[in-house]
Each structure stands twice: as structure tokens, then as C-alpha cells.
Design a protein around this ligand. Structure first.
Ligand code: ATP
Length: 233
């Protein structure tokens, strides 16, 4: 579904991503793991068209590199950005509606889709009229995922969904990500929390200093000593 070949991104003299190649097959959940500053966000920003890059990003047979960010979304690649970026002054429901802005949907369909999101995230249902900026960090992350789902993604990219959240909240978010995966959605999961990421992913790539150091099935990565030591605590 997605094939990245020899991706390179530089910020001035900083070569943040080097010759990165990565593949995501339809229906797969793939984890891209790495420490702070490894180049994870840079990689997803290159895929989503928000920063320029060199190399090839083929999605469903089409070259994405050079395509504007809104066109990438139209192709069905939807990102949940690091730091969530929900609309703090809008209610939970209105944030969800914003997620569907690029599609033509009737009011009734929107309503039904919102109810589906509330089944995935019952905590959001209880807070449907609350201003999003007053939600807890975990609830905001749920809302960010819910909003992305409203765009009907074919490929969902999650940038560090665990960031800044308590372990119990992280568990709850990952259990929902797992459920979304079980429903057949293709997922690219960017994470520092390798334990959680490799618990839902089928395969994983380990990024270090802008380069892919290893890639393997999630099971094999969990068992590799060097991955265990550096990333699994
Ligand atoms: P984190 O988990 O901390 O977000 P990351 O793996 O997502 O880390 P990136 O944000 O992709 O890492 O950063 C990779 C490298 O590129 C870092 O050295 C960072 O300082 C640098 N970098 C990122 N954005 C910029 C920018 N706009 N200008 C200059 N350097 C940047």
C-alpha cells in the first residue's frame, strides 16, 4: 500500500532522515520506533506532504512526494499529529465534525459516524458537549484519533499517541488502536514507547539518527537483545 524508498530530509545542515526505506502492506499495523530526535516526526511529515523531502513515496501505485498536504489527505492518508492539535474552543462533537470536512456527508450520516466514534471511545460520548480544551490529555488523544477516523482514512498514521500520558491511559488508547486494526484499517504507528507499539504492530522498524537500524516482525523485534536493551527497558 505504501512504499518509501531512499527518503532523505534535511533541515539546513542537519540531515534528519537518511536513505529511509519502509513498506506498509494493506491491513497491516507497522511501528516506526526510535528515541527522541531519531527522525520519526520528520518521516511522517514527509509522507503527509508538510515538509519537502527527496526520494520516493509510493502510495497505491501513485507518487506522493511533491503532493500538497491536503491532496495527501484526499488520497486517504490521515494523520493524528504529535501533540494532538484538537480545536480547544470547539466541543467534542464539533471537533469530530471538523474531521469530516473534506468529505461530502449528509447530516444524518455525520450523526451516525459520530455515534460510531462514541462506541470506540465511550468517554468522549459522556463529554460530547464539553469544550475540547478542557478534556484531559488522554481524552484529547482519543478525540484526535476519533477526529482522524471521521475522515475515513485508508491509512491512519499516529504520531506518538502515548506522549505525556499515564501508563493506564496509554493502555486504554492502545487497546482502541488494536480494535481499529482488527477492523481492518492499515496503520503506521510512530512511537517512542516500543513496548506498546510492538504489542499492536505486525512489523516494526527501528530508527536511529535518521536511519533504519533494524526491521522485522514485531515478535522478532521484541525478542532481539539489542532492541530489548535499548527500547524495551
Ligand atoms: P521526538 O520523539 O522528540 O519528536 P523524532 O524522532 O520525531 O523525535 P524529529 O522531530 O523528526 O525526531 O527530529 C529529527 C531531527 O531533526 C532532530 O535532530 C531535530 O532537532 C531536527 N529537526 C526537526 N525539525 C527541525 C526543524 N524544523 N529545523 C531544524 N531541525 C529540525
Amino acid at each position: 500500500m505504501l512504499q518509501i524508498k531512499n527518503l532523505n530530509v534535511s533541515y539546513g545542515s542537519i540531515h534528519a532522515v537518511r536513505n529511509l526505506s519502509l513498506e506498509v502492506q494493506e491491513g497491516e499495523a507497522v511501528a516506526l520506533i526510535g528515541a527522541n530526535g531519531a527522525g520519526k516526526t520528520t518521516t511522517v511529515n514527509a509522507i503527509s506532504g508538510t515538509i519537502p523531502s527527496k526520494g520516493s513515496i509510493i502510495y497505491q501505485g501513485k507518487e506522493l512526494n511533491g503532493l500538497a498536504a491536503h491532496k495527501v489527505v484526499k488520497e486517504g492518508i490521515v494523520m493524528v499529529p504529535e501533540g494532538r492539535r484538537i480545536f480547544p474552543k470547539l466541543s467534542v462533537v464539533n471537533n469530530l465534525i471538523m474531521g469530516a470536512y473534506a468529505r461530502k456527508t449528509s447530516k444524518k450520516e455525520l450523526q451516525q459516524e459520530i455515534e460510531k466514534i462514541f462506541v470506540l471511545f465511550p468517554r468522549l460520548a459522556e463529554r460530547r458537549s464539553q469544550m475540547a480544551g478542557t478534556l484531559s490529555g488522554g481524552e484529547q488523544q482519543m478525540l484526535a484519533v476519533g477526529r482522524a477516523m471521521m475522515a475515513k482514512p485508508k491509512l491512519l498514521i499516529l504520531d506518538e499517541p502515548s506522549m505525556g500520558l499515564a501508563p493506564i491511559v496509554v493502555k486504554s488508547i492502545f487497546s482502541t488502536i488494536n480494535r481499529i486494526k482488527q477492523e481492518g484499517l492499515t496503520i503506521l504507528l510512530i512511537e517512542q514507547n516500543a513496548t506498546m507499539a510492538l504489542s499492536v504492530a505486525d512489523r516494526g522498524y527501528v530508527l536511529e539518527n535518521g536511519e533504519i537500524r533494524f526491521h522485522d516482525t514485531a515478535k522478532n523485534l521484541r525478542e532481539q537483545d539489542v532492541v530489548k536493551k535499548a527500547y524495551l527497558g
